[in-house]
Design a protein. Structure first.
Ligand SMILES: Nc1nc2c(c(=O)[nH]1)N[C@H]1C(S)=C(S)[C@@H](COP(=O)(O)O)O[C@H]1N2
Ligand SMILES: [Mo]
Length: 360
């Protein structure tokens, strides 16, 4: 479905919510589009690129309405390798701690990396000319989420400085091909370093405003609440920048019941550093963190992308738990347990990565 691999883990068919099996991401700095996760809150719109228009309005000197051709011809082309990570990545481990009703039980593969082609949002905003009081840039799409009452199209916003930083793209290309419909074609926003939710797909309107977007997905959803708090507009920490995290891709514990042979085994994973930082060390353990091996950590394929790592462990016969934790260049590392991170909507689980395998 949607041009994805047959072995995708499809959490929901409609709206389509699917992540690859972790092993499908292993060892590949760029994720093939057929393995790239997809997260949708409503039915995906079928927009005709020929009639699609992008409106830029709000606190601007000049309102703009651009066709796809105008967007492609009037601004400098830019391709960037960017990792998109869903704030709900690794939620499954949080809901094992305490239930999280109504949320997708994402595993560790709701994160993927692609080469995105488009233009800098900064260049488009410069032509519109943000005016006095401008502080946020809001994006609106036409897809309506059935789970929001009253129904509302998808939207979100980022700060004006981030929007003008150059790296934020209006993208129509993904891995060298036209942006597929399920990933937001004809045009989506790509906000490097931020939770995937801010990379609004099927974008049709960009409004420069004094306040953040009042859209449900900005004002109420994608917020980090204290464990016993009730959700509500403006409550909790609005998620923007993506937290440092890591995941184990191989071996892959989706193979419940599958046995691994004892002996030297390649362990492969990813680590993602927060904005402006780099992962400089990944530790891997077979005894829950009593002793650690250091994995080889690849350089990031771009300043906005994950880093892959790998090591070889000698697996003894019996049940085993492989644990990994990443460190960045400021000496920060990941929290140990998901229980200490549990929050009502199940976001930002960046605890140590763990995989249980049966060896014998
Ligand atoms: N219009 C629109 N944009 C959206 C969404 C959506 O449901 N509708 N989902 C967001 C979320 S939560 C994520 S994680 C990413 C997923 O992008 P992908 O489907 O291309 O992987 O898109 C974001 N942009
Ligand atoms: Mo997401």
């Amino acid at each position: 479905m949607w041009g994805k691999r047959d072995d995708m883990i499809v959490h929901e068919e409609e709206p389509f919510n699917a992540e690859p099996r972790p092993a499908a991401l292993a060892g590949q700095p760029l994720t093939p589009t057929e393995a790239f996760y997809s997260r949708n809150h409503g039915p995906s719109p079928d927009l005709d690129p020929a009639t699609w228009r992008l409106r830029i309005d709000g606190l601007v000197d000049r309102e703009l309405v651009l066709s796809l051709c105008e967007l492609q011809q009037r601004f400098a082309l830019r391709t960037e390798v960017v990792t998109l990570g869903c704030a709900g990545n690794r939620r499954a481990e949080l809901l094992a701690v305490r239930p999280i009703p109504g949320q997708v039980p994402w595993g560790p593969a709701t994160i993927s990396t692609a080469a995105w082609t488009g233009v800098s949002l900064a260049d488009v905003l410069a032509e519109a000319g943000p005016g006095a009081g401008a502080a946020h840039v809001a994006f609106t799409a036409p897809d309506v989420s059935p789970s929001v009452v009253p129904p509302q199209p998808y939207g979100g916003s980022i700060s004006l400085p981030k929007a003008c930083s150059g790296e934020v793209l209006l993208a129509w290309g993904m891995n060298g091909a036209p942006l597929p419909r399920i990933h937001g074609g004809p045009v989506r926003v790509v906000v490097p370093g931020y939770i995937g939710a801010r990379s609004v797909k099927w974008v049709q309107r960009i409004s420069v405003q004094a306040q953040p977007s009042e859209n449900y997905f900005q004002a109420e959803d994608y917020r980090l609440l204290p464990p016993d708090a009730e959700p509500g507009p403006g409550r909790g920490i609005s998620l923007g920048p993506l937290a440092m995290t890591s995941g184990i891709l191989c071996p892959d514990d989706d193979d419940a019941g599958a046995r691994l042979p004892a002996g030297p085994t390649d362990v492969i994973g990813y680590a993602f550093a927060a904005e402006g930082r780099t992962i400089v060390r990944v530790d891997v353990s077979l005894d829950g963190g009593g002793t650690w091996n250091q994995a080889a950590v690849d350089d990031p394929p771009s300043p906005w992308a994950w880093q892959l790592w790998h090591t070889t462990l000698d697996l003894p016969v019996g049940p085993a738990e492989i644990t990994a934790r990443a460190w960045d260049d400021t000496g920060a590392t990941q929290p140990e347990f998901p229980a200490s991170l549990w929050n009502p909507a199940g976001y930002d689980n960046n605890s140590w990565a763990r995989v249980r395998v049966d060896v014998g």
